[in-house]
Ligand binder design. Structure first.
Ligand code: PLP
Length: 390
């Protein structure tokens, strides 16, 4: 690597947000748990407050005033994610849903409450949009319908790719073209920046439930938005006003998780591909959903948008709902639990749990289970599935 070339993602994952540690004389990431900060005087405190509450970053020497506005440990994690996604800035929230909330509130406050949403989406996101709780008016559209569905009041286009739970792939660049001036938000939770960097395909905003792969260990809840300076300035005041900033201990855990993100995703994806192929041959399974399988990348996105199929697999049982519930009950090594993206494998029933709040017409088929493949040996995971399957 020459000093001017961009480091490989694996290197960025280890070093991003740590550039000043040697100067500080420390090796591990420092954690700042202060809720409040000493003020040199009212005027300096007030000026810093205005900068941060207004959506900006503190200037060198600014007192940080109050940790709902800014936290240095959170800012380090933000720097790490921004570098991995190739964005100018990142803003971290107490959950993925808090991050989505900030985006929706920001657009509604700007007189653009209409959102185009491409299903499937995580059930919580789908539900938040459908309720209109935040003043949002949603139109659920297919990717090809985006251009014609845009109105003067459309403030966002939201999509997931791969989508939760059925791993549908969306051509981000095509949606961006159709959306024109309307910002496209890509929930990159399933792909992670290891497999897909939506900003490179024209998306304006990347969103993560950091709870999943970024953290990777199932021990912290958080969310993050990555985008340009204008996007960051739009959501930071909402984060401050609504009290949605990520806790610094969670930021520390997420930042530590980033270092192993590439190696985890690659290994988990490899195991998921092995498992998807084996399940596709099983007589008790009607169909397996994983972008590695024939016919499941109809737009040819693997290679040009997505580096690989990812570590989440869904499958539909021949025996439908009852059979799916029985498998979820009988796994032993795999944990029957919602969430995904961690080092240990989880299985859950989307129609009954993560997507139970989705309208009936968009609810996943109730014979489907979603498996998040962890770092265990794939042979051991398959053996567990074999004994749980009818
Ligand atoms: N986006 C996706 C794709 C998810 O799977 C989830 C949660 O499962 C969320 C967003 C919401 O994130 P959180 O649970 O951190 O609020």
């Amino acid at each position: 690597m020459t000093s001017s070339s961009r480091p490989h993602l694996a290197t960025t994952a280890v070093h991003a947000g740590r550039g000043d540690l040697t100067d500080l004389g420390v090796h591990a990431l420092p954690i700042d748990l202060s809720t409040t900060y000493p003020l040199p005087d009212v005027v300096a405190g007030g000026a810093a407050y205005d900068r941060m509450a207004g959506g900006g970053r503190p200037e060198t020497g600014d007192p940080l005033v109050y940790a709902r506005l800014w936290n240095p440990t959170v800012a380090r994690f933000e720097e790490g994610v921004a570098q991995l996604e190739g964005g100018a800035e990142a803003v971290a929230f107490a959950s993925g849903m808090a991050a989505t909330t900030a985006l929706l509130l920001a657009r509604a406050a700007a007189g653009k409450p209409h959102v185009l949403a491409i299903r499937p989406l995580y059930g919580g996101t789908d539900h938040l949009l459908a309720t209109g709780l935040l003043g949002t008016q949603v139109s659920y559209v297919h990717a090809e319908e985006v251009a014609e569905a845009i109105t003067k009041r459309t403030g966002l286009v939201i999509l997931e790719s791969p989508g939760n739970p059925t791993l549908d792939l969306v051509d981000i660049a095509a949606v961006v073209r159709a959306a024109g001036d309307v910002p496209v938000v890509v929930d990159n939770t399933f792909a992670t920046p290891v497999l897909q960097r939506p900003l490179e395909h024209g998306a304006r905003v990347v969103l993560h439930s950091a709870t999943k792969f970024l953290g990777g260990h199932g021990d912290a809840i958080g969310g993050v938005i990555v985008g340009d300076a204008e996007i960051a300035a739009m959501v930071r005041p909402i984060r401050a006003i609504t009290g949605a900033i990520l806790h610094p201990l969670a930021a520390y855990l997420f930042h530590r998780g980033l270092a192993t993100l590439p190696i985890r995703v690659e290994r988990q994806q490899h195991s998921a591909t092995v498992i998807a192929a084996a399940l596709a041959e099983h007589p008790a399974i009607r169909r397996v959903l994983h972008p590695s399988l024939p016919g499941q990348d109809p737009l040819g996105l693997i290679g040009r948008q997505l580096a690989g199929p990812g570590a989440i697999v869904a499958f539909e049982m021949m025996g439908g709902y009852e059979a799916a519930l029985s498998v979820a009950k009988q796994v032993r090594l795999i944990t029957h639990a919602v969430s995904l993206g961690g080092v240990d494998s989880l299985i859950q029933h989307p129609a009954g749990l993560t997507h139970r709040v989705v309208a009936d017409e968009a609810k996943p088929n109730d014979g489907i289970l979603r498996l998040s493949v962890g770092l265990e040996d794939p042979g051991d995971l398959l053996a567990d599935l074999e004994q749980a399957l009818p």
